[in-house]
Each structure stands twice: as structure tokens, then as C-alpha cells.
Write a protein that binds this ligand. Structure first.
Ligand code: TRP
Length: 468
């Protein structure tokens, strides 16, 4: 991003109060948004929720959710950001008031921030797992090991709260370091190199998976839908995950959109980001499931899935320690760029509302998040029997970590997305939307109708089905 250049868009159409910095190019926005979107959600979460929900049918629902719910909402969020030209909360307030609506709409960005804070607390713990696996790969812990031995390395890590705390601390420190300095310089550059590198490494693991002889089984697990294995909860998880993986429902895309130049197509960039995000998730699935089937592992193994499968592949391939270390380094980076985008809005808000400076804001937000993360760490070992909502059948056996995941991905993000859709679809003037999107009538109408009718109804139906 360049330092505040004059953004002509803010001057004449009068959206913003201040001059905003702009991304140095369209590519920079795409990379930063992709950096936020592509993270643990794609490589860690997508494969394991797919495994838990029976494969193909779930993947199909997920793809529909990305295209028909996620993409229209991403466009809406970027649009709010660019039109408002301010921080997410301020943009929402400003846009609402200008069209004569209640300033309470800014609460949408508020829900988003709460979600960000809660997500980051456990996201950092998982990021910590990735960091710890870098070391394990370098020292050759995986070389030639059996599936069992590799499973034990993972259960050993989860059973050790002190080790988890250490890695969680390291990861959170990395995130706070970047956010504390302001994102300008570093983020753009890092993402430009690291994202393509991650992509190449992922392709290599897929290449390895093709040689295991169980590629066909993995492929059909992912792509041949068996609807008898799809549950209504699975549909909710797919919807929630579409929000999670595209970084929607909590104002991140609004924040990034506010730096986007007026000449850039919102639809084009949103489509690019969604496609890249989806491709990375599917590649991760193609890398992992053949290894799962070749080693008779359990696809529904849960959050540990990639940590129990990929090391097996690295342990068996030539130069595996090197590639394994590289892979987990890149996974750490992918998680890092996403985590930065989770902490950033909270810090911006503290700066704006509580008049903290950036460094103190980063300390306050980062440390509180770190502290909350301890609850997720303990729920894997010392508190593994603590199930605060266990009296309700729906939440039986769910630990604090499970509940945080459910509250954020399955409740807060879809709720935030629903409100964004309602705001843009029903409250903003159509003229403003046409101006921002500058699309042909046909495509505009398709988007507009989807956002007005389909998206809210789909989110509500899935919600009501599941929460009642
Ligand atoms: N999309 C990221 C991932 O898939 C996680 C993430 C970053 C996120 N920022 C977000 C999720 C904002 C929801 C909202 O790993």
C-alpha cells in the first residue's frame, strides 16, 4: 500500500471524510485479501470438517455456499468499505446515516470485531501447532515413522499444556509484532512471495499423494456426493465454513476494501479471491485424503487430521525433512497473514474509540486474546471433560474450544453476513450500488437479487433449522 495518496474517489463523490491510503495496485489488494482468506481454514479446517461430514455431498454444499452466499457477500463487504472509505464501524455508520437509517447498523461491524477476537484466541493455538511442527520436521521426527508413531507425536503435543502455551505465545507474538508496526510495508511484500510458494508446495504434496495408490479413493471421497451422509448440521457447518474461509462476516473485507481504488472492479477481484481460496482448499483435500486412505486413518479424525497425515507423507518422501519443514513454515505464514487480519480491526477500533496508540492497542488486544486462548489450550487436556453447555443435548461433549468454534463459525459469522446482505440489499440506495459495482445490468441484477432474496433466506433457513 502506498502512503496516503490523494484518492480522487473520496473527493468528488463525497463518501469519505479523510484521505485514505490506497493499495499500490489491484494485485496488492488481491494478495492481501487472499492472504486473509487463505489460512488455517483452507488447509487445516476444510479437510477435517469434510472428513467429519462425510465427504462429497458436504463439499458440494460448501461450493454452492461459496458461490451463492459467500461471493455476493464478499462483494457487498468490499463495496461498503470502498463507499464508506473509513474504518468498518465508521463506514457502516456513515453509510447508514447518509441514507437516513439508524446508526445502529454500525453494530454489524461490532459483532464482527467480537467474532474476530474470539476466533483469534483459538486460531493462534492452532497456528502454534504449525510452528511446533516446523521444528519437528527439521529434526527428522517424522522420518520413516508409522502412522501410529506420528499420531502419538500429535497426541503428545495436545496432552502437554505447557508446550501448547509456548507455541501459542510464539505465534501470538509474531502476529502482534506485525500489527504493532502497522501493516503497510511488510504484509504486501510477504504475501507476494509466500502465497505462490505455499501453492507450489501444496501441489508437490498432491503429486506425492498421487503416487500412494489411493488417489482414486481420496478423489472420489471429495467429489462423489453421497447425500445419505449429509446432515442438517453438515449444511450449517458448510455455510459457516464458507464465511470463515473467505474471511467474511466480520468486516475484514470492509477494512481492506476501504483502501481499494475506484477504478478496480469489485466483482472481478472478489471472484479472483474466492477462486484462489477454493482452489487451495480443494488441493489440501486432494493432498490429504489419499494419505488418509492409504494408511487406513480415520477421515473423521477431527482437528488433528492434517497433523496426523501430512507428516506421514513427509516422513516417506525423499528430502522429506526439508519439504516438511518448508510446508509447515508456509502453513505458519498462511496462518500468520490471516491472524493479522483478525487482530487488525480490533486494534483499529481501540485506536479510534479508546484513543490508545497503535502499540498499546496491540498490547491490549493481543494479550487479552492470548489469555482467552489458554481456555482453548486447556480444553484439550486438563479441561477436556469440562463441557459448559453439556446439559443441552446439542452441545453434549463439546469443550470450550468446540463451543468457541461453533459460536464464531456457525453463529456470529453467518449472522454478520446476513446483516451485511440485508443492509446492502435493502437499505443502501440502488444508485450507489450500481455506481460502485459498475457492472452490466444483467450481472448487476443477478447479484442484487441473490443478495436481497437468496442469501438472507438461505442463511435464515439453515440457522432456524439448526438452532431450534
Ligand atoms: N479466512 C481465514 C482462514 O481461512 C481465517 C480468517 C481470517 C477469518 N480473517 C477472518 C475468518 C475473518 C473469519 C473472518 O484461515
Amino acid at each position: 500500500m502506498t502512503e496516503p495518496s490523494s484518492n480522487p474517489a473520496n473527493g468528488d463523490s463525497g463518501q469519505g471524510f479523510t484521505k485514505r491510503a490506497e493499495w499500490s495496485s489491484r494485485m496488492a489488494f488481491i494478495l492481501a485479501a487472499t492472504g486473509s482468506a487463505v489460512g488455517l481454514g483452507n488447509i487445516w479446517k476444510f479437510p477435517y470438517v469434510t472428513g467429519e461430514n462425510g465427504g462429497g455431498a458436504f463439499v458440494l454444499v460448501y461450493l454452492v455456499c461459496i458461490a451463492a452466499v459467500g461471493l455476493p457477500i464478499m462483494m457487498a463487504e468490499v463495496l461498503i468499505g470502498r463507499r464508506g472509505g473509513l474504518s468498518p464501524v465508521a463506514s457502516m455508520r456513515h453509510l447508514a446515516q447518509r441514507d437516513g437509517h439508524k446508526p445502529a447498523w454500525q453494530l454489524v461491524a461490532g459483532i464482527g470485531m467480537l467474532a474476530a477476537f474470539l476466533i483469534l484466541s483459538f486460531y493462534s493455538m492452532i497456528g502454534g501447532w504449525a510452528v511446533s511442527y516446523v521444528g519437528a520436521a527439521i529434526t527428522g521426527d517424522f522420518t520413516g515413522q508409522s502412522a501410529e508413531a506420528i499420531g502419538e507425536i500429535f497426541t503428545g503435543l495436545l496432552g502437554n499444556p505447557w508446550a501448547l502455551l509456548l507455541w501459542h505465545t510464539v505465534f501470538m507474538a509474531l502476529v502482534m509484532l506485525v500489527v504493532g508496526r502497522g501493516l503497510r510495508q511488510g504484509l504486501e511484500k510477504a504475501v507476494t512471495i509466500l502465497m505462490p510458494a505455499l501453492f507450489v508446495l501444496l501441489l508437490m504434496v498432491v503429486g506425492y499423494a498421487m503416487t500412494t495408490g489411493h488417489f482414486g479413493a481420496g478423489f472420489s471421497f471429495l467429489f462423489s456426493p453421497d447425500f445419505s451422509r449429509l446432515t442438517t448440521e453438515g449444511v450449517l457447518v458448510a455455510l459457516g465454513h464458507a464465511f470463515f474461509t473467505l474471511s467474511l462476516g466480520m468486516a475484514v473485507m470492509m477494512a481492506y476494501g476501504s483502501y481499494l481504488s475506484k477504478n478496480t472492479s469489485i466483482a472481478g477481484t472478489s471472484i479472483t479471491v474466492s477462486i484462489m481460496d477454493t482452489v487451495v482448499a480443494l488441493l489440501a483435500g486432494l493432498a490429504i485424503f489419499p494419505i488418509v486412505f492409504a494408511n487406513e486413518l480415520e477421515p473423521g479424525a477431527g482437528p488433528g487430521l492434517i497433523f496426523q497425515t501430512l507428516p506421514l507423507a513427509f516422513g516417506q518422501m525423499p528430502l522429506g525433512s526439508l519439504f516438511g519443514a518448508l510446508f509447515f513454515i508456509l502453513l505458519t505464514f498462511a496462518a500468520w497473514t490471516s491472524a493479522i487480519s483478525l487482530l487488525e480491526p480490533v486494534v483499529e477500533w481501540l485506536e479510534e474509540k479508546k484513543s490508545l496508540n497503535r502499540v498499546s492497542g496491540t498490547w491490549v488486544a493481543g494479550l487479552s486474546c492470548w489469555f482467552l486462548g489458554i481456555a482453548s489450550i486447556l480444553s484439550l487436556n486438563v479441561w477436556s471433560d469440562v463441557t459448559p453447555l453439556g446439559m443441552f443435548e446439542r452441545f453434549e461433549g463439546k469443550t470450550i474450544f468446540d463451543l468457541l468454534d461453533f459460536l464464531t463459525a456457525s453463529v456470529l459469522l453467518p449472522l454478520g453476513g446476513l446483516l451485511v446482505a440485508l443492509f446492502v440489499g435493502w437499505k443502501m440506495s440502488q444508485k450507489a450500488l450500481r455506481e460502485e459495482l459498475a457492472m452490466a445490468d444483467g450481472t448487476f441484477n443477478l447479484w442484487y437479487r441473490t443478495l436481497r432474496y437468496f442469501t438472507p433466506v438461505a442463511v435464515l433457513v439453515v440457522f432456524i433449522y439448526n438452532l431450534i
